[in-house]
Design a protein around this ligand. Structure first.
Ligand code: ADP
Ligand code: DP6
Ligand code: CO
Length: 329
């Protein structure tokens, strides 16, 4: 009745941005990401009929009732599959800033899905685990797998065909992802609220939907051909389009801060100087810079030299879900 799992975060090259069903976490578009080696979550789940409710200790602190509500809603899915009503004690440590645009919801819910389903002895396939994790946070569906991962939006209304699959192993192609920290504190608009407001109110959302499938197709071709230039150009353009949709929302919002722009401009300048780097940005102010491993050191230095940059964390493609026998936290 107890299990521990580790899941890594991921950075989307083609963004998941919008749900067609908010209850089931069914996306409007398919997406593609790289699982990252450096950032991860470890979660322990214990089920016991001694517990009177679910609890979560995240990074050593009891979370709010609202957070417990999200955990209970998610664990209900796992309990339904297992045919049990027993409550859980969840302990989790994020080796990544929480709610800052570093995809803590992806590693957090992937680790929770894996640990909870193992604790209840559910023998889920990777596909089933991905569809389960999706119902905690959409991006978590992709963190079940390592390397380059595609989340197919699926066509069905019940969501059974909406899950992720690995398209390329983490050892098959090394790319450097430099995570540029400009602000590690929580964002003011969550991914969930931001994408929903955009879907419901932004006239620019139609433009996003009109081109994202073609971006994904081109990205898959770039990955198959190991064409870094094409990968970087498409990823950067796709991120720009996603963020543009938020400017048309009612009320409008923007995940960028002035330091975000400083980094974006530095990346464009590096390209002028002949260094090949591209940026992408999830729902938050921090920037991820894609480059070739052989240029990682020099590009890291140039990014760290920007006055508003606090830290640059070097990441590479990382592994999928791991089960641990001992709690380190
Ligand atoms: P991020 O960019 O970090 O993914 P989101 O707004 O998508 O930001 O999600 C942040 C939310 O994810 C948190 O407020 C919390 O509800 C959830 N979360 C983060 N880490 C964990 C964890 N380890 N276990 C459970 N839930 C988590
Ligand atoms: C911009 O998966 O965090 O990072 O499904 O509502 O939990 P919920 O949202 P989340 O959204 C991630 C949005 C994104 C793009 C991406 O990761 O694909
Ligand atoms: Co998230």
């Amino acid at each position: 009745m107890e299990a521990i799992a580790r899941a890594h975060t991921n950075i989307a090259l083609i963004k998941y941005w919008g749900k067609r069903n908010t209850q089931l976490f069914l996306p409007t578009n398919s997406s593609l990401s790289i699982t990252l080696d450096h950032f991860y979550t470890e979660t322990k789940v214990q089920f016991s009929d001694q517990f009177e409710k679910d609890s979560l200790i995240l990074d050593g602190s009891q979370v709010s009732d609202q957070e417990i509500g999200k955990i209970t809603a998610f664990l209900d899915h796992v309990r339904n599959i297992a045919g049990t009503k027993v409550f859980a004690k969840v302990t989790s440590v994020n080796h990544v800033p929480t709610a800052a645009g570093f995809a803590s919801s992806a590693s957090g819910y992937a680790a929770l899905a894996a640990a909870a389903s193992k604790a209840l002895q559910l023998d889920l396939t990777g596909t089933e685990l991905s569809a389960l994790a999706r119902q905690g946070s959409g991006s978590a569906s992709r963190s079940i797998f390592g390397g380059f991962v595609e989340w197919q939006k699926g066509e069905k209304t019940d969501g059974t065909d909406s899950f992720a699959t690995q398209i390329l192993d983490e050892k098959a192609w090394d790319i450097s992802v430099l995570s540029v920290v400009v602000e590690a504190g929580p964002k003011s608009v969550s991914s969930r609220d931001g994408m929903q407001r955009t879907v419901e109110t932004s006239p620019f959302y139609a433009g996003w939907l009109a081109t994202v499938a073609e971006d994904l197709q081109q990205m898959k071709e770039a990955i198959n051909a190991r064409d870094f230039t094409k990968l970087g150009e498409i990823a950067e353009a796709n991120a720009m389009k996603m963020h543009a949709t938020t400017l048309g929302a009612k009320p409008p919002f923007l995940y960028w801060q002035s330091a975000t722009l400083d980094v974006m401009q530095q990346v464009m300048e590096l390209r002028q100087q002949g260094l090949e780097a591209y940026f992408t940005i999830d729902a938050g102010p921090n920037v991820k810079v894609l480059c070739k491993p052989e240029q990682e050191h020099i590009i890291k230095e140039k990014l760290a030299a920007v006055a508003s940059v606090r830290d640059v964390v070097v990441c590479h493609p990382g592994p999928g879900i791991q089960y641990l026998s001992e709690w380190v936290g």
